[in-house]
Write a protein that binds this ligand. Structure first.
Ligand code: NDP
Ligand code: 2IT
Length: 447
């Protein structure tokens, strides 16, 4: 065992003891610990402040009951949480997720990742995450509205433009943000930037909807540039069919790439010659209408493969954009076998630890979600600043900022992660994010 792996093992023993069974959280912490603990040990200020250990304990976890009535008038009870992870460099900031798998462990992993991601954007944003175990599948629009209102009755006590600023995540899109902000405004009697991802008619920023997926493609273009290549004509496999997946697909097609797959929990849509923009629009419309994608119109030239994953389709680039741990060791092996040379994460932590090891042993260029999907929260940051200053920036201005921010994140990571003629994006992202947060935490003293 090397000194650095012993350091990580001792650190993780303690974290494991305090977070038993919280596997996703432990995976996220171990990955960062591996890359930053030696830096912490060698910096007297960071070491004295015990920065990483502090960051593994959320500032607070707020939990509450959400009681609402379904369309039959029956009472429904769900659990809601907000994990306020760290406000070291700005107000707590991060999305809300509605999904039956949501738990404090999942939200802690997402909040932990968010702290480093937000630091990488270069904007003054702390980290947090929230949500509920509510399953919106099959629920009517009225039920979604009543649930959002009940959720906000509790959450509104804990958020505000300088305190904690939620946004969307899985199953929380424009419609839900509208209901959540409507409820917040009614409860508080205030119109302010306490939530981002709002509609453009009521304080939202241009391009926030597109930002995560577009930002992912801008980041991939930066990665390819270091290889002297462009995205044109590259075959791309994408998982998911939600906000991140469909906007990544849309931008990739604009840039001349061929998007071969999109997917959901029931299977994979394959377009052997590449999705058209019409096909992407159809997928998005089906999802918005709560309809499945198993029977696409003939003229879109899509094939639906029930139960299949996108990773066995031949491609140059893979963009997992669905959910955590969606790529296991077998999927990682399949990606290697099909000749994928670049993997960039649209989702948060889509690889299992085993898959990460496999990818690490391969020649694939890999970049982590905390860097590659940061475009969404970055434009949320710009929405907060537009709200604070009563400003509304044009789509062109925001898109230019998004490109610039993704380019800066890439360059910051490249500077920290260069290893010979390769860039270790994982280490670069963890170290660059950590340094910024650690500098703030160690400056504050013991608070
Ligand atoms: P959406 O709700 O818009 O879409 C999620 C998609 O993922 C759906 O197609 C869903 O399929 C699929 N999915 C969910 N769980 C699973 C699963 N267990 N297996 C396979 N597919 C699954 O969410 P987003 O696009 O907003 O989020 C996707 C990922 O991107 C998440 O990891 C999120 O944290 C991350 N992210 C999102 C940002 C944003 O701005 N929205 C910003 C940064 C990261 P189905 O339709 O069948 O449920
Ligand atoms: O994971 C993420 O970065 C998000 N879901 C977006 C968070 C935000 O505050 O815009």
């Amino acid at each position: 065992m090397t000194d650095s792996s012993r350091l990580v093992e001792t650190f993780m023993e303690n974290v494991r003891r305090r977070n038993e069974g919280q596997d996703a959280f432990l995976q996220a912490v171990e990955e960062v610990a591996t890359d930053v603990l030696t830096i912490e040990k060698n910096d007297p200020g960071f070491a004295r402040a015990r920065v990483l250990e502090r960051l593994t304990e959320p500032d607070r976890i707020i939990g509450f009951r959400v009681t609402w009535a379904d369309d039959r008038g029956d009472v429904q009870i769900n659990r809601g949480w907000r994990v306020q992870m760290s406000n070291a460099i700005g107000p707590y900031k991060g999305g809300l997720r509605f999904h039956p798998t949501v738990s404090p462990s999942i939200l802690k992993f997402l909040g932990f990742e968010q702290v480093f991601k937000n630091a990488l954007t270069g904007l003054p944003l702390g980290g947090g995450k929230g949500g509920s175990d509510f399953d919106p599948k099959g629920r009517s629009d009225e039920e979604i509205m009543r649930f959002c209102q009940a959720f906000m009755r509790e959450l509104s006590r804990y958020i505000g433009p300088d305190t904690d600023v939620p946004a969307g995540d899985i199953n929380v899109g424009a419609r839900e943000i509208g209901y959540l902000f409507g409820a917040y405004k009614a409860l508080k009697g205030q119109f302010n930037g306490a939530i981002t991802g709002k509609g453009e008619a009521f304080g939202g920023s241009e391009m926030r909807v597109e930002a995560t997926g577009y930002g992912l493609i801008y980041f991939v273009e930066n990665m390819l540039e270091t290889l002297g290549e462009t995205i044109e004509d590259k075959r791309i496999v994408i998982s998911g069919k939600g906000n991140v997946a469909t906007h990544a697909a849309e931008k990739a097609i604009c840039e001349g790439a061929r998007v071969i797959t999109l997917s959901d929990t029931s299977g994979t849509l394959v377009a052997e010659n590449g999705f058209s923009q019409e096909a992407v629009k159809w997928v998005r419309a089906q999802k918005a209408a709560g309809e499945d994608v198993s029977d696409p119109p003939k003229d879109l030239e899509l094939q639906f493969k029930e139960g299949a994953l996108p990773w066995e389709v031949e491609a140059d680039i893979a963009l997992p954009c669905a959910t955590q741990n969606e790529i296991d060791e077998d999927a990682a092996k399949a990606l290697n076998d099909t000749g994928v040379r670049l993997l960039a994460e649209g989702a948060n932590m889509p690889l299992t630890a085993g898959a990460m090891r496999k990818i690490g042993e391969s020649n694939m260029l890999y970049a982590p979600g905390k860097a590659t999907n940061a475009g969404g929260v970055a434009i949320s940051g710009l929405e907060m600043s537009q709200n604070a200053h009563g400003r509304f920036d044009s789509a062109d201005e925001v898109d230019r900022s998004l490109k610039e921010i993704m380019g800066n994140i890439h360059d910051r990571i490249a500077a920290e992660g260069r290893e010979g003629n390769r860039i270790n994006y994982r280490r670069g992202a963890n170290v660059a994010g950590y340094r910024k947060v650690a500098t703030a935490i160690s400056a504050y003293g013991v608070v």
